[in-house]
Design a protein around this ligand. Structure first.
Ligand SMILES: [Zn+2]
Length: 506
């Protein structure tokens, strides 16, 4: 006797179909599961057995073999409790339903038959819709997330018994389909912090507006207490809201980690890991690869404070994801991919003691120490940071005479316009923002203007800029022009952009 139920496994952010196959024969009673790692097999067996009995059914005293195929794929054991229990009950003749073929099932059972949420439900639901399943039976607490996907009917079940009742109810199944979801983007993103709380620092605020507008990575250099973190935290408040597709992308990643509530994420993420974080925590990985901070910051901001304290291993590991906007982790010959398109904000002191260049406090470092300090962070990673800005400590009188300070929503409107210009420019292309533009764009932007070319040549000579440095200078100029609504980059735009280059700072 053989029976089969469809379920899913996760590889990175993608779900793939898994067949839960069952064979029952007469013989010494046994319950074998093939295709799961050893430890979770025992746990799954105990949970399934207990929940079948505690839901008022009989556990067949026969030889039961469950095979989860493809067998060589490493799976998380708890996902398959529900389909395994249903397969046992169906093949032992205790339940029957017309819906097994057109449905997929997922869910972890507790000993009393209750259904607990699983991770990655959004990717699985997308896959279920893609393979044209009509219904997807899932734990009730996963429902807000799953219902985001159209073209498939989601049925949330409280427990095993409830799932079976719905399956048996031939004519009324559609009344159990969850329909209550609606995407609203009417200023969902309210923050309890605001740009207007930053007094003075006009240059830094202008730089941050430009950086966010073109999604340029930025380095903030300043002594302790200059407000670097304050500025970084508030950058998220001037980013335009996520659209529905972006929200889905972000939620898919968060769906892979344990959360209090499984539902749509509408706020852009802001991640601020400490420098003691492990490489796996930052980049992603583990036995069952999980997204790291770089992926949890997807479509938002990754802020690394005290960047000089991060190990060189960390900054080396950031290089590839910064280029590719996604990270691939290989385990057991499988490649787990996680997207990681984020804006990177780095902050650091100008030297070991923190006060190099400060007006009111003397730096205690020797020139050699300062050089050593900078050597530690310079090189490949610094080359990938479009903008650098020095943030001085403010004098007290500046704090006092501040009245007309712009708030985040005013700045956000300007950023929104710049985003819109870029989305038109890169329509149908793989990129979204000026910071991602390649030479095919950059060359076109400067080809028309002789003055501009001359200025750029002067800059590169004066500041010994690399080719990458010049490209990023042009990209920042493009963003400044976009903020102004200008079609062409002018010399003025380039001159402003040059202020945000490292060679101008140290
Ligand atoms: Zn110093």
């Amino acid at each position: 006797m053989f029976f089969k139920i469809d379920s899913f496994a996760l590889i990175g952010i993608e779900a793939i179909k898994v067949n839960v196959e069952i064979h029952i024969s007469n013989g010494m009673p046994s319950f074998t599961i093939v295709g799961l790692p050893d430890k979770s097999i025992n746990e799954a067996r105990d949970r399934v057995k207990a929940s079948i009995i505690n839901s008022g059914f009989k556990f067949p005293m026969k030889k039961i073999i469950i095979n989860l195929s493809p067998a060589d794929l490493r799976k998380e054991g708890s996902f398959y409790d529900l389909p395994i229990a249903l397969a046992i009950l169906a093949l032992s003749g205790q339940i029957s339903s017309d819906f097994f073929n057109c449905s997929s099932f997922i869910g972890e059972l507790s000993l009393d038959g209750g259904l607990d949420p699983v991770k990655g439900i959004l990717s699985m639901t997308q896959k279920a819709a893609e393979i044209k399943k009509k219904y997807f039976f899932i734990p009730e607490s996963n429902i807000n997330e799953a219902a985001l996907i159209k073209d498939i009917s989601i049925i949330g079940c409280k427990n095993l018994k409830n799932c079976i009742e719905i399956l048996k109810n031939k004519n009324e199944i559609d009344k159990y389909v969850y329909k209550n979801f609606e995407f609203k983007n009417d200023n969902l993103n309210k923050f309890d912090i605001d740009f207007s709380e930053i007094k003075g620092q006009y240059r830094a605020k202008r730089a941050m507006e430009i950086a966010v507008s073109g999604m340029h990575n930025i380095l903030l250099i300043g002594p302790p207490g200059s407000g670097k973190s304050m500025l970084a935290q508030r950058a998220i408040t001037i980013m335009p809201d996520l659209n529905f597709d972006e929200s889905i992308e972000v939620t898919k990643i968060y769906s892979l980690i344990k959360r209090k509530k499984y539902e749509l994420i509408t706020k852009r993420p802001y991640r601020n890991p400490h420098h003691t974080i492990s490489e796996t925590g930052l980049i992603g990985g583990g036995v069952y690869p999980k997204p790291g901070e770089i992926s949890l910051a997807h479509r938002g901001i990754l802020f690394l404070d005290e960047f000089s304290e991060f190990s060189s291993k960390h900054s080396e590991a950031l290089r590839q994801p910064l280029e590719n906007k996604s990270i691939a982790i290989t385990r057991n010959n499988l490649s787990y991919r996680f997207p990681c398109s984020f804006m990177l904000i780095l902050a650091m002191n100008p030297c070991f003691c923190g006060y190099y260049g400060d007006e009111s406090r003397k730096c205690k470092c020797s020139m050699r120490e300062i050089e050593r300090y900078w050597k530690k962070i310079s090189g490949p990673i610094l080359d990938r940071i479009d903008m650098q800005i020095k943030i001085p400590r403010l004098k007290e009188e500046l704090f006092l005479k501040n009245k007309d300070i712009e708030n985040s929503s005013t700045i956000k409107e300007r950023v929104k316009k710049a985003f819109l210009i870029q989305s038109e420019r890169y329509k149908g292309k793989e990129i979204n923002y000026n910071s991602e533009a390649g030479p095919e764009y950059i060359n076109n932007w400067i080809n028309q203007d002789k003055d501009l070319k001359k200025i750029l040549a002067d800059f590169s000579k004066k500041a010994l800029m690399t080719a990458r440095g010049i490209s990023s200078l042009i990209k920042i100029s493009r963003t400044i022009a976009d903020l102004e609504g200008a079609n062409e980059i002018s010399a003025d735009h380039a001159i402003e952009a040059f202020q945000y280059k490292i060679s101008n700072i140290i």
